[in-house]
Ligand binder design. Structure first.
Ligand SMILES: Nc1ncnc2c1ncn2[C@@H]1O[C@H](COP(=O)(O)OP(=O)(O)OP(=O)(O)O)[C@@H](O)[C@H]1O
Length: 312
């Protein structure tokens, strides 16, 4: 369990993390999603005692990180996969970590196998590793002490699709055995594939949180007709908030039946009608974090889609 309570952190007059509260529960994979510079790494650094908070606190397994009796065995941490000693081999890095934690050397071979680094790769110096191999090694180091909690900052960075699937299965198994996983990403798709619960941060503030299902349910219905403008107008006329998406469809804030009936009543033949699923979550992510995006994003909407019950 990780509990973040009213956490704030400023650098000079700049507020990087602003009154952030959320929980990552045991048995669940919690995705911490936000665009670049949103405050994810700062929050995670506070969690593991590397950055002092300006206000609020973080508890891991009920204690501040500094008060954990044996943090290496309780919390597995991966903050920057490229921060490993480039002149050491993968096996040496794991061996040093194992010896520091008082673990037998056999644990190193177990872990190399678990993160799918071959004996040949384990004998190479880390400077010759791809980013994906560094991530696997970093995840191996985090798992080495058989911790109850994993805190991983952008662990999918550099992994190919097969690597992301491998990581998803690994984190799923970890959570199914009762572990707590918190992982960050600036890519919605990664979080959508891996996480059970999602916490969305933009400009240092939590903008939405809930289960993946809750956030998806809030995303409404995706509907398409030959004349999208007439469709959007008909839905709006029927009292259903509706807006065009970047893909030419209309995203409506009502369930399938209501949207279908409204289009039928207006005499409009729909060519597609389905739950918005990932498309809706993506729209929501872009809309909710639009003002913290560095590149301008046309969300076409004045309002974020409904996330009641899930919104913080
Ligand atoms: N030591 C520091 N001094 C000054 N500003 C900082 C410092 N560390 C972080 N920041 C600023 O705080 C904000 C949040 O940074 P943070 O690294 O937490 O974001 P992030 O969500 O992890 O982004 P990314 O996905 O790009 O890693 C950024 O604007 C960053 O420039």
């Amino acid at each position: 369990m990780i509990t973040v309570e009213s956490l704030s952190k400023s650098y000079g007059s700049f507020t990087a993390v602003d009154d952030v509260s959320f929980t990552a529960a045991p048995g669940r994979v919690t995705g911490f999603l936000g665009p670049n510079g949103a405050g994810k790494s700062t929050t995670m650094r506070v969690m593991v005692g590397l950055t002092q908070p300006g206000g609020g606190e973080v508890r891991v397994l009920g204690r501040r990180f500094a008060d954990l009796p044996d943090p290496g065995r309780e919390v597995g941490v991966l903050l920057d996969a490229s921060a490993q000693h480039a002149g050491r081999t993968g096996r040496e890095i794991l061996t040093i970590a194992a010896l520091t934690m008082g673990l037998p050397r056999t644990r190193v071979e177990e872990m190399l196998e678990r993160v799918s680094l071959t004996p040949d790769e384990a004998s190479r110096r880390v400077r010759n590793y791809s980013l994906g191999m560094r991530q696997r090694l970093g995840i191996g180091t985090a798992l080495l002490g058989d911790p109850e909690v994993l805190i991983l900052d952008e662990p999918a960075n550099g992994l190919d699709p097969a690597g992301i699937r491998w990581m998803r299965d690994l984190l799923r198994d970890f959570a199914d055995e009762g572990g707590t996983v918190l992982l960050s990403s600036h890519l919605l798709h990664e979080i959508e594939v891996i996480a059970d619960d999602i916490v969305v941060i933009g400009n240092g503030r939590i903008v939405a949180q809930g289960t993946k299902e809750e956030l998806l349910a809030g995303a409404g219905t995706l509907v398409r007709a030959t004349d999208g403008t007439a469709l959007a107008a008909a839905l709006t006329h029927a009292g259903i908030p509706a807006r065009p998406t970047s893909g030419g469809a209309v995203l409506a804030e009502a369930d399938l039946t209501r949207v279908g009936q409204a289009a039928f009543a207006a005499g409009i033949a729909v060519t597609e009608l389905r739950a918005a699923d990932g498309a809706g979550l993506e729209e929501m992510f872009l809309a909710l974090t639009a003002d913290s995006q560095r590149e301008s994003v046309d969300t076409t909407s004045k309002q974020a889609p409904t996330t009641q019950g899930a919104a913080a």
